[in-house]
Every structure is written in C-alpha cells, then in structure tokens.
Design a protein around this ligand. Structure first.
Ligand code: FAD
Ligand code: NAI
Length: 467
C-alpha cells in the first residue's frame, strides 16, 4: 500500500499548488486526478483555453476593424476557425505538460484515477481502465473543484444547449448564439463569438451584468460590449430551452411578465458553477456538504474531520483560480505549523473582455449598505495619453477610500490591461495604503497605470492633473 504524509485529491490550481508547497515543506506528497491531464478546470476547460480564444478573437477583431485606423491595409482578412481552435488546444497541452513537469521536479507521486474515501486515512483510487489501488495517508486536502450548473427548464444536451466546456471547442462559429447568464463566462465567451461574427444575445435574470463586481463596471461593460455588437436582455427570467432540428429556442419572462422568445443555433448556459464531490465517499468520513454542495471548513480550511482540509471551488467563496492557489499554499503551510494568512478582501476579480474590467476590495454598493463614511475619485481613460496612443479610450478607474483616514477601501476599473493594472490595487489594499500614498508615487509616463494615480489625486481633494 502507498503511504503518504499528505494526499491531495484534484489537480486544479488549488490541488497542484498545494502539492508543490507540501513537497517544498518536506512532506511525502501524492496528487490524485481522475482525468488523464493535470491542471483541473482552469488549465483544461477554464482560464487558459478561454483566454487563448479571447486573445485570438481579439487579433481577428483588430485586424478586421481597427488596423485601417492605424494605417495598416490588410485585405481579405479571413477566419481560420479550426486553426484558432487548434492553437488553443496546443496552449492547453503545453500548459498541462508544464504541471506534469513540476510534479516530477518536486517528487510528487501522481496517481491517475477517481478517488473516494474508505476511511479518514485510506483512499481508494479507481483508474479509467478499472485498475484499483489504495492510498494510505496521514492528511488529506480535498480540491475537487466545481462543475457547470443549470436552471430549472434547461437541460444541457452538450450539443446545442451547451456549457462553457463545449463552447470552447465548437465545430463551427455559431450564426446566432444565445447566452443564458450575463456573468463572467457569458460575457467572455459571448464576446469571443461576437468578435468572430456571431449574433450574440445575452439573457440575464438580474437587472445588471457581472454581479459581484462594482455596479459602475457593469454599466460601462454593457455599454462597451453593446457598441461591439452584443445584445443584452437584462431582467429576463429564462423559463425553458428546447432543441429542434439543430435550432434552440429559449423562452424567458421579462420584467412585465411577458414571454420573450430567443432563437439561435446554440445556447450557452452560464449561470454559475456547483461544487463537485460526486462519489468522493464523504459520507464514510462524516462530512456533509452544505445546501450548495460545498464542503464546510473552519478558518484554517479544515473540515469537521481533523487532518482533512478542503480548498478552492469546493468550499465557499469566489470560484477563482488565484483564490484556490492561495488556499492551497495556506493549507500546506498551516499543516507545517506555519502561520500564513489570506486576505479575502484583497483577492481581485477580473473580466477578460476587451477592454478588461477588474476590481478589488469593497464595492460602492457594499459601502452604501453599511452606511460607511467613504469618498471616491475617478479618472477616465479618454484623458490618458497612453490610451489615446493606442485608441483604447473606453473605461475609467474608480477609487473608494475612507473619508476620514483616507485608507483605500476598493479600486474598480474598466479599460485596457485592467487585468494587470489591478495588481497595483491589490498591493495598495494589502499594505493598507491611503489614496494620498498612491497619489504621491511616480507612475511611468505614458502608461495606463497613470489613470490609477490620477483617480487617487481626484479622491484626495479633487486635484487630478489631466482632467
Ligand atoms: P478545479 O480546477 O475544478 O480542479 C478540480 C480537479 O479535481 C479536476 O481536475 C477534477 O477532475 C478533479 N477531481 C474531482 N473529483 C475527483 C476525485 N474524486 N478523484 C480525483 N480527482 C477528482 N478563474 C480565474 O481566476 N480566472 C479566469 O480567467 C477563469 N476563467 C475561467 C473560465 C472558464 C470557462 C471556467 C469554467 C472557469 C474559469 N475560472 C477562472 C475559474 C477557475 O477555473 C476555477 O476557479 C479553478 O479551476 C478552481 O480550482 P480548483 O483547484 O478548486 O478546482
Ligand atoms: P456567474 O456567477 O459569474 O454568472 C452567472 C450569471 O447567470 C449571473 O449573472 C446570474 O444572475 C445569471 N443567472 C442565474 N440564473 C439565471 C436565469 N435563470 N436566467 C438568466 N440568468 C441567470 O457564473 P458563470 O459566468 O457561470 O461563471 C462561473 C464561475 O467561474 C464564476 O464564479 C467565476 O468566478 C468563474 N470564472 C471566472 C472567470 C474570471 O475570473 N475571469 C472567467 C470565467 C469563469
């Protein structure tokens, strides 16, 4: 029987990072993964393939629509969709292979197969070919992630009514794509196909897009994506989706309770994800998932069973790769007797449309709900030299700070490279900087980052220079 100090179930960004950190800390470590490739949702059917397609489709959009303004004549721009899809698959393959290399380098034993608890120290693993082995372990980290969820009246047949996984590998670019859900997946994958020529209709239940992010970002993103050709139907409650003769019909009720029909050749269901613990044998060790299927954990991410921890999408909190990674490191270091910390309020959220949107800290609605005494400052990208040079003038930076102490409480932005710019905001929040601190720091010119400095100047006495 294999015997390990720590066994991790699931090789996504939570699991593989935890495995590396455990090995670095001297534990004899095993990583169990039911699929043939490592990397979980993020590398195989999530972050990496979606960003590969977002990048390629953005090049296509730029070549088709924006080169001319830059003085570049490119006639007969054509889409080679199989090639674009293949490039995405190549990126995924290389990235997954990279994780395999890291496992070898850190002397982590990778076991292929579906894991289930026999008891708290014994895990059975069944490989795809049916071969079985047993792992004995002192401690376990459950990192089994999540799967797409659906809504009543909508069954994903995975052919015409699809999840994000199928949407990443469609045979053809849809002519008409209906997207149920105006969250991150709906907008990212919706914008991929809109750029490639599909008519994209987004049907959202709430009265806004990207819930969870600051409302000002939702409004700006909707305005910009509408300009790019996407159509939005907010405050529409989807009732059903049906397929006939390769066409999908989606029926929804609008605010006035009138029935609205949408027709397309595909329907992408992007209404959130659900923690995944199928056939994990949790009942054998006395762990009961909560109503949303998540594994309950304490502040150390330890379950009700001492020595068994859970991290990432399978526990409460944002379903983000970098949150799962932080938790993987946190648990490994906690098990090794260290005192790590995670500041959940300093975990950024990013939407990878173009322009991108990103935020960290409190949203304005959260501060209002708490009657917090805050002030705000903002700066539009159109007043930025760098943005004008690249013709990326959409968007703004908004900073929220404590009215008395000037401590930064939240930073939210839409604009070119927002996904990278948010790192400065994370540093500011983590070190509890004041708006004045950032306002007084030199920001290279010309850069998009200058918009952050200008927003800080605006927040501290309305003294932005370029407005
Ligand atoms: P997962 O990555 O889901 O990994 C869990 C692993 O456990 C899987 O490989 C699974 O096969 C394995 N497993 C499950 N049960 C068992 C078992 N019993 N035995 C053995 N193995 C098992 N997040 C971001 O931060 N940025 C993004 O840009 C982003 N883009 C995304 C795009 C899409 C289309 C999707 C779907 C998600 C995206 N996410 C993004 C979310 C991100 O992918 C997840 O938050 C992240 O993968 C969660 O990591 P995890 O380790 O908790 O679980
Ligand atoms: P989401 O929670 O972001 O969005 C789901 C949307 O569906 C919400 O706007 C919700 O109001 C809407 N909805 C729910 N029921 C509906 C109904 N009946 N009719 C119409 N709309 C309805 O979830 P999404 O987009 O599926 O993404 C899942 C997870 O994956 C997210 O939690 C996210 O964290 C992660 N992810 C992260 C990305 C990133 O960091 N850039 C990219 C893609 C996914």
């Amino acid at each position: 029987m294999n015997k390990f100090d720590t066994t991790i179930i699931g090789s996504g960004p939570g699991g593989y990072v935890a495995a590396i950190r455990c090995a670095q800390l001297g534990m004899k470590t095993a990583l169990i993964e039911r699929y043939s490739t490592l990397g979980g949702t993020c590398l195989n059917v999530g972050c990496i393939p979606s960003k590969a397609l977002l990048d390629s489709s953005e090049h296509f959009e730029n070549a088709s629509k924006h080169f001319e303004a830059h003085g570049i004549k490119a006639e007969k721009i054509e889409l080679d969709w199989p090639r674009m899809r293949q490039r995405k698959d190549d990126v995924v393959e290389q990235t997954c292979a990279g994780i395999e290399y890291l496992m070898k380098k850190n002397k982590i034993t990778v076991i292929n197969g579906h894991a289930s608890f026999k008891d708290k120290e014994t895990i059975d693993v069944v490989a795809v070919d049916g071969t079985q082995q047993t792992v004995n372990t002192e401690r376990v980290i459950i990192a089994t992630g999540s799967k797409p969820s659906s809504i009543p009246g909508v069954v994903c047949d995975k052919k015409r009514i699809i999840t994000s996984t199928e949407a990443l590998s469609l045979e053809n670019v849809p002519e008409k794509l209906i997207v149920i859900g105006g969250g991150v997946i709906g907008l990212e994958l919706g914008s991929v196909y809109a750029r490639l020529g599909a008519e994209v209709q987004v049907v959202e239940f709430l009265d806004r897009l990207i819930p969870g992010m600051d409302f000002s970002l939702a409004k700006e993103v909707q305005r910009i994506l509408k300009k790019q050709g996407m159509k939005f139907f907010i405050s529409h409650a989807v009732q059903s989706a049906t397929v006939s003769a390769n066409k999908v019909k989606v029926s929804a009720l609008n605010k006035k309770c009138e029935e609205v029909e949408f027709n397309g050749d595909y329907c992408l269901v992007a209404v959130g994800r659900r923690a995944y613990t199928n056939k994990l044998g949790l009942e054998k060790i006395g762990i009961t998932p909560d109503k949303q299927g998540r594994i309950p954990v304490n502040e150390n991410l330890e379950t009700a069973v001492p020595g068994i921890y859970a991290i990432g999408d399978v526990v409460a909190g944002a379903m983000l790769a970098h949150k799962a990674e932080e938790e993987g490191t946190f648990v490994a270091e906690t098990m090794a007797g260290q005192k790590p910390h995670i500041n959940y309020k300093a975990i950024p959220g990013v939407l990878y449309t173009w322009p991108e949107a990103a935020g960290v800290g409190f949203t304005e609605d959260e501060l209002k709900a708490e009657n917090y005494n805050y002030k705000s400052g903002s700066f539009p990208f159109k007043a930025l030299g760098r943005a004008r040079a690249s013709m990326d003038t959409d968007g703004f930076v908004k900073v929220l700070a404590d009215k008395e102490t000037d401590e930064i409480l939240g930073i939210h932005l839409v604009g070119a490279r927002a996904a990278d710019l948010i790192a400065e905001a994370v540093v500011a929040l983590e070190y509890r900087a004041s708006a004045e601190d950032i306002a007084r720091m030199s920001h290279a010119h010309p850069t998009y980052a200058e918009a952050i400095k200008e927003a800080m100047l605006d927040a501290t006495g309305k003294r932005s220079i370029h407005m």
